[in-house]
Every structure is written in C-alpha cells, then in structure tokens.
Ligand binder design. Sequence first.
Ligand SMILES: [Cu+2]
Length: 149
Amino acid sequence: MNPRFSLVLLAMAGLVVAFAPLPVSFTAPQTRTFELDARQFAYSPSELHVSPGDTVTIRLVSTDVVHGIYIDGYDLSVTADPGQTATLTFVADKPGSFRFRCNVTCGAMHPFMIGKLTVGANDWLYRSIGFSILAILGLLSARPLITDY
Ligand SMILES: [Cu+2]
C-alpha cells in the first residue's frame, strides 16, 4: 500500500477513536443511593460516579452545622440541619462531570466545600487504548517512508 495513503487512513482512524460514540453500556439503569457525610468543610465521599440514566438518591447527613448541596448543571439542591438527613433524588440524564458545592454559608472555608459528580462511563480509558494501538501502527507504517530515501 502507498505509505502516504496508509497515513491518511491512520489519521482518519484516529479521528474515529477520538470522537466516535462508544457503544452504550449494556447495564440497565440502576437505582444508586449514596450516603454523603457533610461536615466543615468537606463531603465524604467527595466524588460520586454513576451511569447515565441511573436514578440517584443522595442522603445528605450534616454532622456538625447546617450544610447543603447544590449540583451544577442539574440545578438541584437540598439542605440538611445538624444531625439530620436530607434526601435528594434525581435521574442522572445528563452525562458529564459536575461540581457540587455547599449552598449554605457554613464557615470560613465554606467556598472550598466541593465535590464532583461524574455521570458516564470512563471512556477515556478505551480511547487511550485505541490511541496506543494507532501509535504503534503509525510507527510501523512510517518506516517505509523513512527507508524510501
Ligand atoms: Cu457549607
């Protein structure tokens, strides 16, 4: 095969690996419940990971003062009084990474009371595997170009 032609093919394959939607995971949407401890000035756990379509319930437990949670992108919030649990249920229908933050001014470090909700499969793992394979193919197909001279 013409080496230049195979480089074009590789470049196109690279675009496919980067941008093609991955096959939807075959797990049916689940109901996920998270117990989220809120204290000055952190959430525990601070990262939540769900799949698109999951029904997510967050049970926010304030262990010291009044805390809340506001989820960017989903525009949802709830607050919990000290020692109380507040529940927030929603369908994770928007894929992506979303910050959540405390929406109650709870003290000096309040602005740093944040966490992350990730909705989606970790497809960068698969894409990076694809890129590694392409890089190897690229090296192999570039060789004839170099040895031509
Ligand atoms: Cu707070």
